[in-house]
Design a protein around this ligand. Structure first.
Ligand SMILES: *[C@@H]1O[C@H](CO)[C@@H](O)[C@H](O)[C@H]1NC(C)=O
Length: 122
C-alpha cells in the first residue's frame, strides 16, 4: 500500500510589510508519496514596487522554523540563496504575484509545516 505524506502549508508572516500588503497560501495542504515532486505556492500583493524577498521555511513540531531558501523579485531579482540541505531537492521561482516551492524526490522527513514569508526589498 502506498503511503501518502501530508505537507501543510501555512503563511508565516509579512516581514517588514506595510499596510495593504498581503500574503496567502494557495492550498492549505499538499500531499504526495515518497519519490514524488510536489509544489507549494503562496500568492502575495504589495504596493511596494521595487521588489520583495520571498522566503520559504519549514517547521517540525516544537522546533524553530528552518530556513530553506529565498528569492528576490524586480530590482533584487538577482538575489537568490538556498540553504545547504535544500540545494539538491528544493527549488523555487518567484514573480510579481506568487512564489512556488518545488520539492522533488519526496521523503518522509519532508512532512512538515511549510511557511512562506515576504520582506520588502528596502
Ligand atoms: C506567477 O507565478 C505563478 C505560479 O507559478 C503563476 O501562476 C502566475 O501566472 C505567474 N504570474 C505572472 C504574472 O507571471
Amino acid at each position: 500500500m502506498e503511503t501518502r505524506f501530508i505537507l501543510s502549508l501555512w503563511v508565516f508572516s509579512q516581514l517588514g510589510a506595510v499596510l495593504g500588503d498581503s500574503v496567502r497560501s494557495n492550498e492549505p495542504e499538499v500531499s504526495g508519496a515518497e519519490g514524488d515532486t510536489v509544489t507549494l505556492s503562496c500568492s502575495y500583493e504589495t504596493s511596494y514596487t521595487a521588489g520583495v524577498y520571498l522566503y520559504w521555511y519549514r517547521q517540525y513540531p516544537n522546533r524553530a522554523p528552518q530556513y530553506i531558501l529565498l528569492r528576490g523579485t524586480r530590482e533584487v531579482s538577482s538575489v537568490s540563496d538556498t540553504a545547504g540541505f535544500s540545494q539538491e531537492r528544493f527549488s523555487s521561482q518567484a514573480n510579481d504575484s506568487a512564489t512556488v516551492l518545488s520539492i522533488r524526490a519526496l521523503e518522509l522527513a519532508d512532512t512538515a509545516v511549510y511557511l512562506c514569508a515576504l520582506r520588502l526589498a528596502q
